[in-house]
Design a protein around this ligand. Structure first.
Ligand SMILES: Cc1cc2nc3c(=O)[nH]c(=O)nc-3n(C[C@H](O)[C@H](O)[C@H](O)COP(=O)(O)OP(=O)(O)OC[C@H]3O[C@@H](n4cnc5c(N)ncnc54)[C@H](O)[C@@H]3O)c2cc1C
Length: 382
């Protein structure tokens, strides 16, 4: 790792341990926006982690991103998820060379003053985010957008949204265009409240676009070329980010379990739970799974930095592998920590709930298994 990379990882560690750890339980309990944590992340210069240096950013790549994100998510998975959707949005904006406000928005992100996110999933096409059912209507030099977005992380809190709809003249189900829609655009509203099982701080509510006006300069993909951006830009960062959040959650579950085994007493035996060999073996398995996934994540991030013919296959594997592993690790944590975990008195119970989201976030594990199988057999994914 380069010196700047290590500096940003050190910042992330400090912010995670000093701020995110302090507020995570309350954020989860109240299902509230983690304002203190996001302010600290912005203050530490992490919002602009991947923004080019010429625009004031840290110009870091996938490996630093994965380490920074898993460090944040280990202490507060909700904050990690918000941060990771922000980086996905930032990457789309950074690649949008024809977008009029590109440099100004990226400068604001680098200055810690702008939070981005993705508004892809729709009520009509569910987890098949690559196929929006909404369609732009041509109006003057721009369009009117109407859509039912089913889940938008940071809804109502992000400063701007990367919105997908079918292009006005679309001829197929994936002929989408991506638009930059700022917070407060007339007709763009939050349509509900977020009270999820896990990731309760990330405000992933539905949002509605009702005849929202966008001009041709608000386009952040070519007309009808949104699908290519989703596949080539969003997917790799999204997969890597999902995996990093899952690994952060798994690490937290390993640590929480270790702590409980050391501290919980069997007073009548004069021992702690750590005296039970089966529980120690469970802890060992959790650690092995988590370390294996960490190593694979680093491997995939390295492949993104130096692309090879099998990079996309590894990218597809990364999210399925890590999110399923987090389910296994947190499930083991719940068993090992017994009724105390079930009662909600230990952080592993939050880890268990938070981990559930990863495998059903699109592309879901089921879909990824199908994609990976197709890729191995030389069958086109779409
Ligand atoms: C916490 C959280 C935050 C989110 N944030 C965002 C966000 O910021 N932006 C955004 O755009 N979206 C976001 N989403 C939405 C997410 O990406 C999915 O679109 C959503 O979880 C799908 O839920 P659903 O009930 O519609 O799934 P469904 O599509 O109804 O899936 C139900 C089941 O069917 C399976 N399935 C579906 N299709 C196939 C297939 N082709 N082959 C095999 N099995 C299949 C799935 O694996 C799943 O098990 C978020 C979701 C969550 C949970």
């Amino acid at each position: 790792m380069s010196q700047p990379a290590e500096r940003y990882i050190a910042h992330a560690t400090l912010v995670a341990n000093d701020v995110l750890a302090k507020h995570a339980a309350d954020v989860d309990r109240q299902a509230r926006w983690p304002s203190e944590s996001l302010a600290a992340v912005a203050q530490a210069g992490l919002l602009g982690l991947t923004v080019p240096a010429t625009l004031g950013g840290a110009a870091q790549g996938p490996r630093t991103f994965a380490t920074v994100l898993s460090t944040l998510a280990e202490q507060c998975a909700s904050s990690g998820m918000i941060y990771f959707m922000h980086i996905c949005g930032t990457q789309v904006i950074a690649g949008a060379s024809n977008f009029g406000q590109r440099d100004d928005v990226l400068k604001a992100i680098a200055a810690g003053k702008h939070l981005s996110t993705l508004a892809f999933s729709e009520k009509g096409s569910r987890s098949h985010f690559w196929a929006p059912v909404s369609q732009a209507k041509a109006a003057g030099d721009g369009c009117k957008l109407s859509a039912d977005k089913s889940w938008v992380t940071s809804a109502g809190h992000a400063d701007s949204y990367v919105v997908s709809t079918l292009a006005a003249g679309a001829t197929g189900p994936t002929a989408s265009t991506l638009y930059f829609v700022p917070k407060g655009a007339p007709g763009f509203t939050v349509a509900g409240q977020w009270t999820g099982l896990g990731l309760r701080g990330n405000a992933s509510t539905p949002m509605k676009l009702d005849n929202v006006s966008v001009s041709s300069t608000d386009r952040i993909s070519g007309e009808g070329e949104g699908f290519g951006v989703m596949l080539n830009t969003v997917l790799p960062w999204f997969q890597l980010g999902s995996a990093a959040v899952a690994i952060g959650i798994a690490r937290s579950a390993v640590n929480g379990t270790r702590k409980h085994l050391s501290e919980a007493k069997l007073e009548h035996l004069g021992q702690s739970l750590s005296s039970l060999p089966n529980l120690r073996a469970e802890l060992a398995k959790m650690q092995i799974i988590t370390d294996t996934q960490s190593a694979f994540l680093n491997h995939v991030a390295g492949k993104m930095e130096n692309p090879q013919p099998d990079t996309m296959l590894a990218v597809l594997e990364s999210k399925a592998a890590a999110t399923e592993a987090a389910l296994e690790v947190t499930d083991r944590a719940m068993r090992v920590c017994g009724g105390t975990a079930f009662s909600g008195r230990l952080p592993v119970e939050r880890n268990f709930r938070d981990a559930r989201a990863g495998s059903v976030m699109a592309p879901t594990s089921d879909v990824l298994y199908d994609f990976i199988g197709k890729a191995l057999l030389g069958i086109p994914l779409f």
